[in-house]
Ligand binder design. Structure first.
Ligand code: EPU
Length: 343
C-alpha cells in the first residue's frame, strides 16, 4: 500500500476545495482496508467527495475507498439483485443498469458521487430514493475490522438520512451495496412535474427507463452546475418540514409558496406537515445568483452553493450560515445543512 504524504484533496471533493491531507492512501480491496484499519482507527474516509465541505486540512490518514466491481447475485425473469462495490461511480452504475434494461435507478441519473456513499444520505431525486431499491449494505466495522451487513430495515432510512449519518457515523466503512432491480414491467416514476412535462413535449406515451434517464439528465443539466466545471455539493440544505399551523400563516403572507403536503408518520400525531423547497426560501430571500467573493448561490437553483474557483471551505460555510440566519429571520424556519461539514 502506497501511503502518500501531503497531498491536495482538491480533486477528491466536488466542491473543489483545496485542502491537504497529511497522509493519504487509496484502497482498492477489502483485505487492504482491513489491514489499514487494524493499524489505524482514527482515519478520515473519502469516496466520491460529493457531499462534503472540507473547511480545514486533514491531519490524519485519509483513506480513499476505491473498491471497484459489479456482480449479479441472482436473477429470474422479473428481477435481478446486483452487488456494487463502494468505489464505483454512481452515474456510471446507473448507465450500466440502463444498458442492461435493469429498472429502478433511472430517476437517480447524474447524481454525483460513488455507490458506497449513496445509502449514507439516502440519495434521492424526482420521486425516487435509493432506499427504494437497496436490499443490503456491506461494510467493515472500523473498531473490530470485521465484516458487517445491514438489511434495508437496519439502515433506518429517512429523507436524506440513515443510520450511517447517526448512530454509526464514523464507525463503518461501506464496502458494497446491493440493489434489487426490475428486468421487465418496470415501475416508472413519472409523477414529478418536470418529468411529466418533458414526456408530453417529447410526445412519449410509453416511456422506457432510458427515456426517463435522458429526461432526468436534461433537467439536472439545465439547473444544477456540473461539479467538474463549478465546484458544488448538490443541495446544500435539506428542504425543511414545517407544521400546518406555521405553513398556513406563511401561505397568507406568500400565497405562491410551493409545498408538498406530508402527514406525520408518528402514531400519536395526526397533524399535517408541509415540506417547503429550501430553494424557494433562499430565492425569495434574494440570494439566488448572488456572488460573495469566490463563492455564491447558483443562479438556476438557489439550494446549491458554488465555488467559482478558489473559495475556501470556511468561506462557503460562512455563506451557508448567513443564509440560515436570514431564512430564520424572515420565515422563522431553521434550514438544516445537508452536506457533511468537516470542521
Ligand atoms: N425553487 C425555487 N427557486 C429555486 C429552486 C427551487 O423557487 O432556486 C422551488 C420551485 O418551486 C421548484 C421547487 O423549489 O419547483 C423544487 O425545486 P427542484 O425540483 O429543483 O427540487 P428541490 O426540492 O430544490 C430536491 C432535492 C434534489 C433533487 C430534486 C429533484 C433535496 C435537499 N434536494 O431539490 O437533490 O435533485 O429535489 O428531485 O431534497 C441533492 O440532494 O443534492 C439534490 C440535488
Amino acid at each position: 500500500m502506497n501511503i502518500q504524504q501531503n497531498i491536495s484533496l482538491k480533486s477528491f471533493n466536488t466542491f473543489g476545495v483545496d485542502v491537504s491531507a497529511s497522509r493519504f492512501v487509496s484502497i482498492d480491496n477489502i483485505f487492504n482496508l482491513q489491514k489499514i484499519l487494524s493499524e489505524e482507527k482514527d482515519v478520515f474516509l473519502i469516496s466520491g467527495g460529493s457531499n462534503m465541505l472540507l473547511t480545514k486540512n486533514i491531519n490524519k490518514l485519509v483513506v480513499h475507498v476505491n473498491i471497484k466491481g459489479i456482480s449479479i447475485d441472482y436473477e429470474n425473469d422479473d428481477e435481478v439483485q446486483v452487488t456494487v462495490n463502494a468505489g464505483e461511480n454512481w452515474h456510471e452504475f446507473v448507465m450500466w443498469c440502463i444498458s442492461q434494461n435493469y429498472g429502478g435507478v433511472e430517476n437517480l441519473s447524474l447524481i454525483p458521487g460513488n455507490v458506497g456513499t449513496s445509502p449514507i444520505q439516502n440519495i434521492g431525486a424526482y420521486g425516487v430514493e435509493v432506499k427504494d431499491v437497496i436490499t443490503k449494505v456491506e461494510g467493515i466495522n472500523i473498531n473490530t475490522t470485521k465484516r458487517v451487513e445491514f438489511t434495508n430495515d437496519d439502515c433506518n432510512f429517512g429523507y436524506r438520512n440513515s443510520i450511517f449519518k447517526n448512530e454509526l457515523k464514523g464507525k463503518i466503512v461501506i464496502t458494497a451495496v446491493s440493489f434489487k432491480l426490475t428486468k421487465k414491467n418496470h415501475y416508472l416514476n413519472t409523477n414529478y412535474g418536470a418529468i411529466e412535462e418533458e414526456l408530453t413535449v417529447r410526445k412519449i406515451s410509453n416511456p422506457t427507463i432510458k427515456d426517463i434517464s435522458n429526461i432526468v439528465v436534461n433537467i439536472r443539466q439545465s439547473k444544477l452546475p456540473n461539479p467538474k466545471k463549478i465546484g458544488n455539493g448538490g443541495s446544500f440544505f435539506k428542504n425543511p418540514i414545517i407544521h400546518s399551523k406555521q405553513f398556513k400563516k406563511l401561505q397568507e403572507e406568500y400565497p405562491n409558496i410551493p409545498f408538498y403536503e406530508i402527514s406525520s408518520s408518528k402514531k400519536d400525531d395526526n397533524s399535517n406537515y408541509y415540506k417547503i423547497p429550501a430553494g424557494w426560501l433562499i430565492e425569495t430571500a434574494g440570494y439566488k445568483g448572488k456572488r460573495f467573493g469566490d463563492c455564491g448561490v447558483h443562479n438556476k437553483q438557489a439550494l446549491v452553493l458554488v465555488n467559482y474557483n478558489k473559495a475556501s471551505g470556511a468561506d462557503i460555510y460562512m455563506l451557508a450560515k448567513k443564509i440560515q440566519q436570514t431564512i430564520l429571520y424572515i420565515f422563522k424556519i431553521t434550514l438544516e445543512i445537508e452536506v457533511n461539514i468537516i470542521e
